[in-house]
Design a protein around this ligand. Sequence first.
Ligand SMILES: [Zn+2]
Length: 219
Amino acid sequence: MILAIGSMLYHATLQHMQQQGDETPMVWEMLLYMYILYSPDWHYRSTMPTFLFFYGAGFAIVHALVRLRMGFKVHYVMLCLLCVPRMYKYYIHTKDASAKRLAKLYLATILTGSLCWLFDRLFCPNISRWYFNPEGHALWHVLMGFNSYFANTFLMFCRAQQLGWNPEVAHFMGFFPVCENSETENPVTGAAAKQNGMIFFSFSPHLEADIWFWQINKQ
Ligand SMILES: [Zn+2]
């Protein structure tokens, strides 16, 4: 929610202070992902969350004082890369083809989105003279919105499996992938699903902000 609000404020004002309202929660979000991905392995349950909390608070202060530019981007990419090994481990341990497709869609959206962002940034003066502007930066936001949605849905699937439930990927309105608990019993643990028929919706802060931004952009 903080990221969605920060992103809206920044894109509506394009001011330095609001930019931090967008960027600092991006870092907090990655710290949260690191917690979600790695916490099952931690021996000392409270040490790492405390560290992540102070790291997030410390980053906010440093970013506010120093206004990192390239440093922010490098730091953010590093945080993303730290999450990759565990995501890959989940991917190779997942047998379900639809869940594997979520992971592939995750990769496809982040790569295409980053290319759109990069092209828009590098060639903005040329592109803005074109008869038709493909709006690479807006595309980046839309793709990243779907990207975090796919990531969350994939992680929900993995987590439901770890809990011994029997999740499957269903398609809401025939299109939107959602993680659903199957009525049948878990083939591995043999346990009947405790949360029969439950649907998990992922929340994607960037997606909501993008839809909003897209609408004001069209006016
Ligand atoms: Zn943006």
